[in-house]
Design a protein around this ligand. Structure first.
Ligand SMILES: Cc1cc2nc3c(=O)[nH]c(=O)nc-3n(C[C@H](O)[C@H](O)[C@H](O)COP(=O)(O)OP(=O)(O)OC[C@H]3O[C@@H](n4cnc5c(N)ncnc54)[C@H](O)[C@@H]3O)c2cc1C
Length: 416
């Protein structure tokens, strides 16, 4: 039996891989996405993502107009005003630690990851394949690549794109020495529906603003909201509604049609408890661990934390890639978190993955339509991707230091 062939094989159906597939399809370039998981139910999928202009531009360039319109129409709304309070609920001047770096974020635009995925998957029937866990690749004498999957199948391609996230198996083979780093920062987050917040009498200062709690000592707490408009969903078929893949998962976490307020906080290693203990705790117990640290804070803040839905609370170790790797271009390349995973501070990772997709589409169109040598196209993509991607990794690490380390410097983070 001959091995199937596709011009561009994409490993991983996250925002980066799917945006790439949309852009290639829009430009008539033969492509296929190979994704391991039939549904996406990793913890962060239950949250919104902050969107930046570079992400919006990439979506506009790569989506067909009706899907870009669906993206705009179904965007959630975040509060437009910021507020800083101390732990006794006194308002502070926002003498915040601004980065001085260019800001292209849209504070009021709040993208549900579930909705974004629904949009990015639209029209990819026959292109998007699930149950395909990539294992390894081999380069053939004719410079094509053969990608092997754990179900025993394989695909041959002119270009293999590893868009398989921070733990990328494609990167492990291409750049075996590149390791992820543990920043030592430990994150907790949780959500409460706006209806529940109203029932519990949560202060509007915590639901109508992007509120930062900046205590005199200890670590801060960030609070914001995501408001959805079901009438916008109704205009776009299933986009923005519940995802059937999440129907059997109990709790509110993957509910995609209800407005909510959410908070997140970050600590240094061991401040909330040892990792091996925290990793075994459920949402309710994690809330107790957090309340053990902030139990002396104003009751209005504690009410929000205490009444958060435990199904939405989880513990996360914050990791980063080491920026700076270079390699010789060939028929295998990388995109998004697979090459430049970064901390969530500054909300850059997903936007950078979308931006990468736009860069690679542009280069592949130049190669497939306008005679640019294919290897030069990959090389130009990689140079541009490395420049802005590594810059984003560095920027997210400095933002983490400024945010979490404001009162007490972080122990573990080596200077990069
Ligand atoms: C807490 C948190 C908050 C964040 N907030 C923001 C934000 O506000 N704004 C922002 O821009 N970014 C944010 N990010 C970063 C953002 O989530 C990532 O940068 C983004 O998801 C990267 O997209 P990607 O497509 O490169 O990879 P991923 O989203 O990781 O997708 C990779 C895909 O590859 C699949 N896969 C993995 N291995 C294999 C394999 N062997 N075979 C086949 N498929 C495989 C996975 O199942 C997955 O679907 C945040 C991250 C975290 C952790």
């Amino acid at each position: 039996m001959t091995t199937p062939f596709v011009d561009v094989a994409i490993i991983g159906g996250g925002p980066g891989g799917l945006a790439l597939a949309q852009g290639l399809k829009k430009n008539g370039i033969d492509t296929a996405v190979f994704e391991r998981d039939p549904i996406r139910a990793d913890y962060v999928q239950g949250f919104r993502m902050r969107i930046r202009q570079r992400g919006i531009d990439a979506l506009q360039a790569n989506l067909p107009p009706h899907l870009f319109q669906a993206f705009l129409d179904t965007l959630g709304l975040a509060p437009t005003e910021n507020l800083v309070l101390n732990e006794t609920f006194q308002r502070l001047e926002d003498a915040s630690q601004r980065s001085g770096e260019p800001e292209d974020t849209h504070i009021e635009k709040s993208v549900s990851r579930i909705t974004l995925r629904q949009i990015l998957l639209s029209g990819l029937d026959g292109v998007f394949h699930t149950g395909k866990r990539f294992e390894r690749y081999e380069t053939l004498p004719d410079s094509t690549v053969l990608a092997h999957f754990s179900d025993g199948s394989a695909i041959r391609a002119n270009l293999l794109v590893g868009a398989d996230g921070a733990g990328s198996a494609v990167r492990r083979q291409l750049l075996p020495d590149l390791k992820s780093i543990d920043t030592g920062v430990r994150r907790l987050a949780g959500k409460i529906t706006l209806d529940a917040a109203a029932r519990h009498g949560i202060s509007p200062l915590l639901t109508e603003f992007n509120a930062t709690i900046r205590p005199r000592d200890g670590r801060g707490l960030m609070i914001t909201s995501h408001r959805v408009d079901p009438s916008a969903y109704a205009r776009h078929d299933f986009i923005g509604t519940e995802d059937p893949g999440h129907a059997d998962i109990p709790g509110f976490h993957f509910n995609n049609s209800t407005s909510y307020t959410w908070w997140n906080t970050a600590y240094d290693t061991d401040e909330l408890g040892p990792d091996d203990v925290l990793e075994t705790l459920d949402g309710a117990a994690l809330l107790e661990a957090l309340l053990g640290r902030i139990g002396h804070w104003d009751a209005r803040i504690l009410k929000l934390v205490r009444n958060s839905d435990p199904s939405t609370v989880a513990f996360l170790k914050v990791k980063s890639s080491t920026p700076g790797a270079t390699w010789q271009s060939g028929p295998v390349t990388l995109l998004g978190d697979a090459i430049h995973a970064m901390t969530y501070f500054r909300a850059l990772g997903g936007n950078t993955a979308l931006y990468d997709a736009g860069l690679l589409v542009r280069e592949l169109v130049a190669a497939r339509r306008h005679g640019k040598p294919p290897l030069a196209a990959v090389e130009d993509y990689e140079n541009a991707m490395r420049e802005h991607g590594y810059e984003a990794v560095r920027s997210s690490l400095s933002a983490m230091q400024r945010n979490v380390g404001v009162n007490r410097p972080l122990k573990a983070l080596a200077a990069l």
